[in-house]
Ligand binder design. Sequence first.
Ligand code: NAP
Length: 295
Amino acid sequence: METKLLKGIPVRDAVLAELKAKMARAPRLPGLAVVLVGEDPASAVYVRHKEKGCEEVGFHHVTHRLPADTSETALLALIAELNHDQAIDGILVQLPLPDGLNENRILMAVSPEKDVDGFHPVNLGRLVAGEPGFVPCTPKGILRLLAHYRIPLAGRNVVVVGRSVIVGRPLSLLLSLKRDDANATVTMCHSGTKDLTAVTRAADVVIAAIGVPKMLGRDAVGTGAVVVDVGINRIDAPERKSGTRLVGDVDFAELMGHAGAMTPVPGGVGPMTIAMLLENTWEAMCRAEDWDDGT
Ligand code: NAP
């Protein structure tokens, strides 16, 4: 069986092109503030990608790089300042935060109207209720990617492996909404799931958001099923000059020729996450300005 690759970069490019076209009519520049605390190398790479995305579409952006020993009081003061900054429409606190900082308390401090990551309980509540709000970028990007490649979800059996508040849980909620691009029958799995392989093998669509390199192989996926790999794991690769490479949560080589369609890592879900962050920032500006962008 030929496995169709669901590449994220062309879809990301289309989203960015649409934003650039809208920018020509914008009342002002949308603004994104990114807060990076500490020296986590993966976080530093993600933040650079976000800065590059802003530059590509011409958004105003500011990155606050703070030392790992920043106090919670100082971080909360910065967020309060950004909440009141009229040039800033979106605030993103890069996770994970260093030990000693209470992630929940920090995320709760971001104004829900500037919470372009969609992690504030107000926005998560809006998602549960099916009300408009900011939807977390990775789940939103996965739905957009599947819609672009015309992968139907309505009525299909979708299994999400992972229940994090960032990916698995909001994604499961989103997939279950009564909307044309969702309406799936959703099963959310986790480390307590019994016989995970049997559950995933019965799925029409398997979405892996686990954080374990190459965990799902051929035995865990039915022939012809659609596979979305959210995982980004750096593993040793002595054959490479850098000594490492990125792999997902599914065994890409094993699933080639077995899955009906599959996202690559890198170049699948990752680029969609950034595109949705920019789209959410655009939407935040439109709401702040009470601007109808015609979509
Ligand atoms: P996380 O917070 O660590 O959550 C992982 C989930 O997987 C948990 O629910 C955990 O279950 C479950 N899990 C772990 N081992 C399992 C096992 N053996 N069997 C079944 N379930 C298992 O991770 P995350 O933040 O959701 O991220 C997941 C992956 O996606 C990571 O590789 C991350 O780097 C990547 N990611 C990618 C993007 C992107 O833009 N592409 C964005 C965000 C994250 P328990 O709840 O029971 O512990």
